[in-house]
Structure formats: C-alpha cells, structure tokens
Design a protein. Structure first.
Length: 414
C-alpha cells in the first residue's frame, strides 16, 4: 500500500482545510469550555455550575448532526454542508457574548455542537474519503494534526481575544476565523478531485480515465438504505468499538489534571504538562495515520487501544514521576489517533461514494456511547475507590473495544 504523502497541490489544500476545520470544531466544543464557561460566568454573572450542566445535553446535538449532516452531504455535497455549517455555526458562536442568559447559552451551544460536527466531522471526512480512497489513513493523519494542535492553541487564542476586545465581542474572534474558512472553502474546494481535473489519491490518469471516474462517482447509487446499514453487524461493531475508544480518550484527558494534582502536583504545573502532551500529539496524529497505511486500519486500531490500555495500567498500578511522564507522553502521542482511525475503518469497509451514508450511521452510534463517558467516570470515582477504580473500568472498556474491532470484517461492501 502506498505510504507516500504525494497528495498533489489540490490534495494538500483539502487536507489543510480539514485540519483547520478540526482545529475550530474541537476547540469550540471541547477545549474551549476551559475558558468559555468561566468567561461567561465572570462577565455576566451566570452560574458556572448551571452552564456546565447545560453543556452536556447541548452536546447531544452532535448525535443528531451525524445523521442529518450525512443526509444533506449525500444529496447536496460536502462543500454545501461545510459552507452552510460555517455560516450558522459561526454566527451562533459570536452570539455567545450577546445572548447572555443560561437559556441563550444552551440554545446557542446546541447549535454550535450541531453545525461544528457537520463541517468538521461529516463534511470534512467525506471530502477526504472521496479525494483519497486508498490513502485516507495517511490523509487523516495529517488532517487530525489540526485537532491535536487545537488542544494547545485554541484556548490561548480565545483568551487573547477576550483580553483585547472584551468577552462580549471576543467570541467573534472565532467567528472571524470561520468566515475566512468560508471563503477558502468556497474557492478552493470541490466535492470530487475529478472536478479539478485531479485523480483520486493523486495517481496518474488519462483525461478519459478521469472522465470515467467522475461519471462513475456521479452515477453511483448505494444499494443499501439506512435501515439496511443498521442491520449490518460490522456497522455496530465499528460504532460500539470506537464509542468505547472515545470513552477511554475522554476519560483519560478529562481527569489527567486532577489525577496529577492528586499526586501532589499543583494545577498550573499539571496544565503545563497537559500542553506538552498536546504538542506531542501533533506529530503523533500523523504517525497513527502512517501506521494504518502500513499494517491496515484494523490492526492499527487494535494496537492503538492496546497502547491506551498500557497507559491505563500505569495509572492504576502506581503513579510516580517516571510512570507519570511515560503515561503522559503515551496519552499525548495518541490524541489524534481516535478521530483518524474511527473514520478510516468506515472508509475501508465502504466505497468512497457510499462513505458519507455509512458514516452517518456509525458516527451517531459512536457519539451515543461517547456521551456516557462522564457518567462512567463518576461511577468509578464514587463507588470503585477513586482514580484506580475509574481507570479500571476504562481498561475493561478498552479490552471490550479491542474484541469488537477484531470481530469487524473489513471485506469491502460493493
């Protein structure tokens, strides 16, 4: 399998655009909560606890977005979905500093979760799967660097906007970036490489072969419906397995700072350590994409979960300075792998024309399982003896996910 990053100029543009979309989306919906909630609470007197409680049901909009976004993408194209979502999501984010009530936050953040999922986790992956059907792992490896880079840079950027323009206007700093991305997508994106006169995976093709490829893409009709997809065991194995992957990732990331503080490390130092881990994750995103191209996405996914299982064991058995840094670097290195592999395994099973339809079924299943992460953590922390008990539960989930991935049959569906 080709493991060279020779995507061509147009192809690299698509990859960089998806990296930027992931930077915006993951920051706005996940990392940004570290500063968005305190800023709204401090500037407008909103109860931080109430905002945090409302943020969880608001994120459920991402589950719906998986199916609805795929439906729109399938009928109108990825570019249309991305442009529409950038518009609505961008305006909604800017209004967070204007509609400053708890109700306003819930409504706006629900809209943000919905449309950010549409442009970064539905439209963007659909583009990559169409442009790089055989190199999707490698392409996603480069693109998911944007997500891991967001962990270290999104909050400082938004903090700078708040400090410069105030909280009420500072939210529009992210909206401005989304407006720039709207223009970039408008002029530099096409749904299919053939529309630019390019070949999938940047392979050499004659004009006649390009025309045949374009016609095949446009006339393709999936031979299965959403209901038929839901009856495929491999769809459920992929959805449940990577839902479990995200539970493990969220569980480790959301509690690593408190875990370090429990060993006597102060909060400021713990946050610095997490930033270091995030930067390690930038090249790590590429490495998991490269490995999936080398050994196959199925075995790479099993290796990925085994990697996290070792990090969990280190946190369960003992936490000292040595094991702390080993687990910290292991977690950081693997930050971008989950997004890459969860998309790649679907693209491996289904043809590029049908990816978005299949992904529109698998992604909501993953999201439902992922939404249980905090409840699972709370149970472990409360009833199973604190961090060791909570991480033991995550270890069991990792092992179950490994089994589910092993059961997946990646024989392509035609």
């Amino acid at each position: 399998m080709d493991r060279k990053s020779n995507f061509g100029g147009r192809g690299w543009t698509i990859i960089f655009i998806e990296a930027a979309l992931l930077w915006i989306s993951s920051g706005s919906v996940v990392h940004g909560m570290n500063i968005i909630l305190p800023a709204l609470s401090g500037a407008f007197g909103l109860d931080h606890t109430v905002l945090l409680a409302l943020a969880t049901p608001a994120t459920w909009a991402s589950i719906v977005a998986g199916y609805v976004g795929a439906y729109v993408c399938e009928r109108r194209g990825a570019k249309f979905l991305i442009l529409t979502s950038l518009c609505v999501g961008g305006v909604s984010f800017g209004l967070l500093g204007t509609w400053t009530t708890t109700t306003g936050f819930f409504v706006l953040f629900s809209i943000i979760c919905f449309f950010d999922t549409c442009f970064a986790y539905i439209g963007g992956p659909a583009l990559l799967a169409t442009w790089f059907p055989r190199k999707k792992g490698l392409a996603l490896g480069w693109a998911t660097m944007g997500q891991t880079f967001s962990t270290a840079t999104y909050v400082p950027y938004l903090a700078f906007m708040f400090a410069t323009f105030g909280v009420a206007r500072g939210f529009w700093g992210i909206t401005a970036l989304m407006a720039v991305m709207f223009v970039v997508v408008l002029f530099f994106v096409r749904d299919k490489p053939e529309d630019f006169g390019c070949a999938p995976d940047n392979v050499q093709m004659s004009a006649r072969e390009l025309e045949e490829s374009r016609r095949e893409q446009e006339t393709y009709t999936a031979e299965f419906t959403t209901w038929q997809l839901l009856k495929m065991k491999d769809v459920w194995f992929m959805g449940l397995a990577f839902g479990g992957v995200y539970v493990v990732v969220v569980g480790l990331l959301s509690q690593f700072v408190p875990r370090m503080m429990a060993t006597g490390i102060d909060q400021e130092t713990a946050i610095i350590y997490m930033s270091i881990a995030a930067m390690v994750g930038v090249p790590g995103a590429y490495l998991w994409g490269w490995l999936s191209q080398r050994i196959g996405v199925k075995w790479c996914s099993i290796a990925y979960l085994s990697w996290y299982a070792i990090a969990l064991v280190l946190n369960i058995v003992a936490m000292n300075e040595v094991t702390l840094w080993i687990s910290l670097l292991m977690i950081g290195e693997a930050l971008g792998g989950a997004t890459n592999l969860s998309m790649s395994i679907v693209a491996e099973k289904f043809p590029r024309q049908a990816f978005v339809k299949a992904w529109g079924v698998v992604q909501p299943i993953q999201s439902i399982i992922r939404s249980c992460a905090f409840a699972i953590l709370a149970f472990g922390l409360t009833y199973l003896g604190g961090f060791s008990g909570a991480y033991a539960v995550l270890l069991v989930i990792a092992i179950v996910s490994i089994v589910l991935i092993w059961l997946v049959d990646l024989e392509p569906v035609t």
